[in-house]
Design a protein around this ligand. Structure first.
Ligand SMILES: Cc1cc2nc3c(=O)[nH]c(=O)nc-3n(C[C@H](O)[C@H](O)[C@H](O)COP(=O)(O)O)c2cc1C
Length: 165
């Protein structure tokens, strides 16, 4: 496929942005032209040929920037190949088994006829915003559970799908 892929994300503490950058790097290595942008900064998607949207999970919902992005651009997104990912679990479960999308994301998968959704482990470290985050950290439940091997494998599979048409 010729053209440009948008990799966009909703993040509060930056860990989903790093996942998006990793996905973008793999797509570039596979020869695709890629732009990465925070979901709140995307004015429109008509100039992109495919879109990957990721969001951190907060209280059982996708990050609000990812939700708004999908809502705002749903018609254009539905006309393009779209992949979705979530990042959240602060344990190894996402590396051990498939974690289904939260209900709002499941709806987005259906609405956009997304090619695929995947859940990656999340990350919560010192300096994260909000009292709940601080409480989780105080209780020793934080850490970095992003599995970059799994992220790269998934991105290579997206690239494969895109380049094969
Ligand atoms: C207040 C709060 C609520 C969270 N809720 C969930 C949740 O419902 N499900 C989940 O899997 N992870 C949850 N997490 C973990 C985050 O999804 C994880 O830290 C993620 O990597 C954050 O992404 P970000 O750094 O891009 O904002 C929560 C974290 C915080 C601080």
């Amino acid at each position: 496929m010729a053209g440009t892929v948008l990799v966009t994300y909703g993040t509060t503490n930056g860990s989903t942005a790093r996942i998006a950058e990793t996905v973008a790097d793999v797509l570039r290595k596979e020869g695709l032209t890629v732009e990465t942008l925070p979901a709140r900064s995307v004015a429109g998607v008509t100039s992109y040929d495919a879109v990957v949207v990721g969001g951190g999970l907060y209280a059982g919902r996708w990050h609000k920037d990812a939700r708004r992005f999908v809502r705002r651009h749903r018609h254009e997104l539905a006309e393009r190949p779209v992949w979705l990912f979530s990042s959240g679990p602060l344990d190894a479960t996402a590396s051990e088994r498939d974690i289904p999308p939260v209900p709002g994301v499941r709806k987005a998968v259906a609405e956009l006829d997304a090619r695929e959704h995947v859940t990656f482990g999340g990350c919560l470290e010192e300096g994260a915003k909000g009292w709940v985050a601080r409480m989780i950290l105080r209780n020793g439940k934080g850490g970095d559970f992003r599995d970059f091997t799994a992220i790269e494998t998934w991105a290579a599979h997206v690239a494969d799908d895109l380049t094969r048409g």
